[in-house]
Design a binder for this molecule. Structure first.
Ligand SMILES: [Zn+2]
Length: 592
């Protein structure tokens, strides 16, 4: 059997139709492999149709521009150049004539190229869109291979070309971002009082991750930091954002735009949950009049867990040579158990937002460890360093430690384990997965802009805005509509379809340490079903659940979610997570 595909072109209603055969192929007996079109045939067919179609389009366009619009005289021909345009279906070499301007109208140049004016870009928007979209999801090299695999691109598309194109798209987005401002609050309390009642709070998580630096001059600058975040409204889908803080000049504007895109009203409450890192501490300032900035519970518990593990390996000190410093084994054992108990108390005080008692406990810990510490080499020394670090961490963030227990029972956000998932999603999966991936701050920053747009499913909209004729419709659009779940589902990011994790657990499970919990503050009493309210009644407010597909443990305080998430992606145990790096050891810190 011989099959011929022909193209029929009718320039306008009056003109006769022109039929031309563009492609012929043959088929023998029917079998699974011979059924229908093969990819290679489809590619050849598409590029043949493309050429035919483009020829006609170009001829029509040139015919329309051939005469002077004022006097009707034909433009005189100067010369012809070849314009190369990359499309999804092949590289086109278009004969682009240069014509003299008509003398009847003065012009700034002597000649003009009608085709070059109509087609100013060397790549069609749809190809550019797909290049950027793929690059946002997988490496530049893989993007090039994937596109070449399924499309008749013609001349091979190199990874470098994809990188440059994606960066150009990102730069265009960057140029559209408004000016940085010190404050984004432009209403007064009286004006805000007039506004209609806003939605439930938007929860914003901010966290840092690390990527390999391309220009490594010393061991210390092998990494640089990338900030990722996620903004979650009470209803509708979450959106993520990211930036390289050493490169970005407009981080506040970026965050503000992310919130505005979430429909943030001037009188709406915004809860920022961060790891308390110095660099992002000031970011939420003056973004919203009703903003509260809290230290997230996840990071506190992670640090306490690291210290608790160190305390577990504490051993009795060897007999000292100096009889004045001699510590009886009984006293040492007592001190060690005191240290372990203090760490448990510390977590409990912080869960209740009792910073004062927490700091007193830390002081006690330091005292005990100093007595235990014979020299810097052994465990008490390491633990002492960690406790000192935790002390400064608490002091620096004292104003951002709420009563987590109370918030938890009220169904309010207390943790950014979901941001850990944002870090993982925005950074690790694309940028840290392979150890050999190395980045410049600019390259990483621009890629982040593309990646977050892809993950938020906004990139197609940007292309629609730039190119009114752009009709590409993202295939996920419908999925995403389904995924935009109301209320309880709101922490379930539409692009992370893992099972919903458990709700947060207070420290130490449901048991209250003797005489430690404040009256009526037992976090184990009033928790019903996963919704938080009594079983069988719908919870009026959404709760924080970790939904990262990698995070099996939900929001378990102290769960080694970071280690778990990292190991899934082959990221270095030290380095990819700021929290993990701080909490694990001083050595990890020095690498950054
Ligand atoms: Zn003229």
């Amino acid at each position: 059997m011989k099959i011929t595909v022909s193209v029929t072109i009718q320039a306008d209603d009056a003109a006769p139709a022109v039929v031309s055969d563009v492609f012929t192929f043959e088929r023998a007996t029917l079998g699974p492999a011979s059924l229908g079109l093969h990819l290679n045939e489809a590619k050849d067919l598409l590029s043949a149709v493309q050429e035919k179609m483009v020829d006609e389009q170009v001829q029509v366009a040139l015919a329309e521009a051939a005469t002077c619009p004022s006097c009707g005289a034909a433009h005189r021909h100067k010369d012809t150049r070849a314009d190369v345009v990359r499309t999804l279906f092949g590289v086109l070499r278009l004969a682009s004539p240069r014509w003299w301007h008509c003398r009847c109208t003065p012009a700034s140049t002597a000649t003009f190229s009608p085709l070059a004016e109509l087609l100013p870009e060397r790549t069609t928007p749809e190809l550019l869109y797909l290049e950027a979209k793929f690059a946002g999801l997988v490496s530049y090299g893989t993007s090039a291979k994937l596109l070449a695999e399924v499309l008749p691109l013609g001349r091979p598309l190199h990874a470098t070309a994809i990188r440059l194109h994606a960066q150009a798209v990102a730069q265009r987005l960057e140029d559209e971002l408004g000016e940085e401002q010190f404050s984004f609050i432009d209403t007064c309390p009286a004006q805000r009082a007039e506004l209609p009642r806003p939605d439930l709070p938007i929860v914003v998580g901010l966290d840092g991750g690390y990527v390999h630096c391309a220009q490594q001059r010393s061991r210390r600058d092998g990494w640089f930091e990338v900030i990722a975040g996620k903004a979650m409204p009470a209803t509708g889908r979450a959106s993520c954002f990211g930036f390289v803080q050493t490169y970005d000049t407009k981080p506040k504007r970026r965050l503000f735009e992310a919130l505005r895109a979430q429909g943030m009203a001037a009188n709406q409450q915004v809860t920022f949950l961060t790891d308390g890192g110095e660099d992002i501490r000031d970011l939420p300032l003056y973004l919203n009049a009703q903003a509260e900035h809290l230290l997230d519970w996840f990071h506190i518990t992670m640090r306490i867990t690291v210290m608790t593990n160190m305390a577990k390996s504490l051993r009795l000190p060897p007999p000292s040579a100096d009889p004045d410093l001699e510590l009886s084994p009984e006293t040492a054992a007592e001190l060690i158990s005191e240290v372990r108990e203090d760490l448990r108390r510390l977590k409990w005080f912080l869960w209740h937002g009792n910073v004062f008692r927490a700091l007193t406990t830390v002081d006690g810990l330091i005292g005990d460890l100093e007595i235990l510490q014979p020299d810097d080499e052994r465990e008490p020394g390491k633990l002492l360093t960690a406790v000192h670090e935790f002390d400064s961490y608490l002091r620096a963030n004292a104003g951002r430690i709420p009563n987590y227990g109370e918030r938890h029972r009220a169904g309010e956000a207390i943790s950014t384990a979901f941001t850990e998932s944002a870090v993982n999603q925005v950074i690790s999966k694309r940028m840290v997965k392979k150890q050999q991936m190395r980045w410049t701050p600019r390259g990483a920053h621009l890629l982040l802009q593309i990646r977050t747009r892809v993950l938020n499913d906004q990139l197609a909209n940007d292309f629609h805005r730039w190119h009114p004729g752009f009709t590409h419709c993202s295939p996920d659009a419908e999925d995403l509509a389904d995924a935009a779940q109301p209320s309880h589902g709101f922490f379930r990011s539409p692009f992370l379809r893992g099972p919903a994790g458990r709700t947060a657990e207070p420290p130490g499970g449901r048991t209250v340490p003797e005489g430690r919990g404040r009256p009526g503050s037992d976090p184990g009493v009033d928790r019903g079903g996963p919704g938080g309210g009594p079983p069988g009644r719908a919870c009026p407010r959404p709760r924080v659940v970790c939904t990262a597909e990698e995070c099996r443990g939900g929001l378990n305080p102290g769960a080694s979610a970071v280690a778990e998430v990292l190991s899934h992606h082959g990221a270095p145990a030290r380095g990819a997570y700021r929290g993990g790096a701080h909490a694990s050891s001083g050595a990890a810190n020095s690498r950054h």
